[in-house]
Design a protein around this ligand. Structure first.
Ligand SMILES: NC(=O)CCC(=O)C(=O)O
Length: 257
């Protein structure tokens, strides 16, 4: 199973429209992949709090339509990262969208743990409450977003719901990059699952982004890691590795709590 992560530069000098078109073209070049992943809040940037309300969209908005067409044209599963969603209740959510190869919006996930450190996201956005898994032909994905990476109980819940790989779009800042790679590897090792963690590049709202998107195998080995700039990582995953490692070293079966 071939997966590609597009680490997008979210600098504020590019308009949302231009970035959306550019990302659509990048996705269409990845026809040989089975799954393409984008980062968190890539239309605006995860720390551009003042843009969230203005750029919020519904699940049938401009970004969702553009991503649906790109997924269909490329014939791939697309985890289109997250958008600032304007919910039916009027509240904002940090919502990830997953499109099937025929362009259908198959799943969406509202980020559960809002980033509360600088108050921005936690004040502006509502919290999701539902765990979301995405059964693909060869393995099941569990969805999480950025700050969620710090909360292992979410990932354990996703494993209990059948996940073999976690997809984590992010807008992780450079100043905590050491945590990013460490946590991605920890979630992989403790759950014996692949981790596909796709971050952003560039600087927005004065926050330099870490980049360094990473794919980790179920043994905790880093299969591929991006540099700091815009880049696409492509990796071949072996779904059997999850089952083999879980059988050969059955730590998940020894859980007490
Ligand atoms: N967008 C985010 O969730 C930021 C998370 C972060 O900066 C951290 O966990 O550190």
């Amino acid at each position: 199973m071939r997966a590609s992560l597009i680490q997008i530069d979210v600098n504020p000098y590019e308009s949302v429209n231009s970035r959306r078109e550019r990302v659509g073209s990048l996705i269409r070049e990845l026809r040989s992949s089975d799954l393409v992943v984008l980062p968190e809040l890539w239309t605006v940037g995860a720390f551009a709090y003042e843009l969230f309300a203005d750029e919020a969209e519904t699940l049938r908005g401009t970004t969702a339509r553009a991503m649906s067409e790109a997924a269909r044209d490329a014939g791939i599963w697309l985890h289109a990262g997250s958008i600032p969603e304007r919910g039916e209740d009027g509240a904002l959510y940090n919502t990830s969208l997953v499109f099937s190869p025929d362009g259908e919006l198959a799943h969406s996930y509202r980020k559960i743990h809002r980033f509360g450190f600088d108050k921005g996201e936690a004040v502006l956005m509502g919290a999701g409450s539902d765990l979301v898994t995405v059964p693909l032909p060869d393995l099941t994905l569990g969805l999480a977003t950025c700050y969620d990476l710090r909360f292992p109980e979410l990932f354990r819940g996703l494993v209990d719901a059948g996940a073999h790989a976690f997809v984590i779009p992010a807008g992780w800042p450079e100043r905590r990059r050491a945590h990013w790679t460490l946590l991605a590897r920890a979630r992989a090792v403790e759950n014996q699952a692949y981790v596909l963690a796709c971050g952003t590049a560039g600087t927005h709202a004065g926050v330099p982004q870490a980049g360094h998107s990473v794919v980790v195998d179920p043994w905790g080995e880093v299969l591929a890691e991006a540099g700091p700039g815009e880049e696409t990582l492509t990796v071949d995953l072996d779904p059997a590795k999850v089952f083999d490692i879980r059988e050969a070293f059955p730590a998940l079966k020894d859980r007490v709590l």
